[in-house]
Design a protein around this ligand. Sequence first.
Ligand SMILES: [Zn+2]
Length: 233
Amino acid sequence: MLCNSRNSLILAIIIAMKLENEDALDRYVICRKCHTLHEEIPIRDGTKACCSECGGVLYKYDSRLAEHGLALSVSGLILFILANIFPLVQIEILGHEQFITIPKTILSLFESGFYLVGLICAFLIFVFPLMIFLIYSILFVLLKLKRGEKTIKELLVLLSRILPWSMSDIFFVSILVALVKLIGYAQIHIGVSFWALIGFVVLDLYITKNLHIYEIWMLRKRTFFKERKNDRD
Ligand SMILES: [Zn+2]
């Protein structure tokens, strides 16, 4: 393991000495499991390249990634909007009815004086999930149009920073726990937003598991490399 790390370090130094600019780094891929450095080679559609040391997946090639990604991210945005404009649940206690929506839940925290908690919740369950799906949609539209190479790079960096802060799945679990505790004390009617939120959380988990940032980074490289090659020809 130590030997492997030392080899990688030596290889990294040799490559750094040969590099003329930062973009030349794009030719190399680091294994996320064992950090071994590999030179990227072209692979066929639907196949994946694996690490020679640990066998972990280095990168995959899916020629329909932009189409699939765009369909998933736009569906996620629609579900997110539906989850936020309609009531999540309707709670009836002693003849008194109350509709609960996501924005109303955040606002009630501010009205109760919990400003810091309200602000954190607003970012974790509203701002960050919305930003993530908006960024995904913009990224795939730009990749389909083959425009905005620099913008795509900046959006991918921003996406990698905010991805760990999306907590809509935790929010959904906390709603379930609250509803289970309320059964027996109140009548609960599930609203449209509840089903939209389930759909959104499932999509969010699917994208997190199957759509990695490095795949979009590789797609960007392939897309603009082909463009530059066509321009030269
Ligand atoms: Zn490896």
